[in-house]
Design a protein around this ligand. Sequence first.
Ligand code: DAH
Length: 363
Amino acid sequence: MVSARNSIAHLNLGRHFDAIQQATKSIELAAAKTAAIGKSSELSQALRSLGSLPADERRETSKAANTAQSLISAVIKAREVELEGAELDARLQAEHVDLTLPARPRRKGSVHPTMQVMDEMIALFADMGFAVAEGPDIEDDFHNFTALNFPPKHPAREMHDTFFLRPDPETGERKVLRTHTSPVQVRTMMTQKPPIRIIAPGRTFRKDSDATHTPMFHQVEGLVIDRDIHMGHLKWTLETFVARFFEVDGVDARFRPHHFPFTEPSAEMDIRCDRSGGELKLNTGDSWMEILGCGMVHPNVLRNCGIDPDEYQGFAFGMGVDRLAMLKYGIPDLRPMFEADTRWLAHYGFSAFAAPNPASGLS
Ligand code: DAH
């Protein structure tokens, strides 16, 4: 009869050590492990049959079999660690991403010129100490007209080509889509105490559509209220802003008398330019280009907003953002600005990484 011990010696365990060492993948190692010490391996079977051996042989055989089993287990463990390390290295190698490579511009979005110019204006006025104020797109008659000194039935209300909403069934009140950002002046003066220095950028709406008008457009409004404010402050602020906006040392500007119900005196600001040769050149030539409306806040407006005009004065201004974007970036027609044509945006849009600020430059 072949003894159990002999049967272990005859198991030829050496081939298992070879298989374990030669395994190059976890799955191969797992197979070698099953063959060597798995439940149906010869070694396990030998261990299970120990009971049938005579007592003296049993001890020795059991010792030999257990030693063999723990030796094989240790070798498997060591090989597992090696393989895991090698597999991790291979994966890291395969999944390596070079973060220094430039990103591939597959789907490139861009910043709309109106928003770019809006940001430029905010950056410049913020640098001059102005805060940003906001108001709703849907306004009531009081904030859009009455408080701003538009008399009832005054033709100026018609001039604005107002979009009226349906009358409120209970009060009969007709709200409007704001025709200008000036109602934000009113909201600011009614809630803040002077000194006030704000700009109000935002959307505005008028029933109008041609090459230079769209039913929705953008304005930036400005308002300064304090003691002893006069036209000189207005002139310096606007000339400084316009020069910085167009990135020139100074502008040749004129203030032409005009009428707005909410300012007295009122003016439009023109800058000298040359339009010959299809190109716009600033500060030279015999043409004047109107770029904004402005004036000293009308005492009635101050009173309507609870500010005493004998104590405080102020100036205000309003300008079209889209129009200034067209002028600055040579965009010939206003209408495509709001057609959301991606080819137009790819041509006229700005990189999102080129956010304007007065320190690193605007454009
Ligand atoms: N609200 C005027 C408009 O929509 C623009 C404007 C002109 C605003 C003069 C002002 C101002 O604050 O003083 O055309």
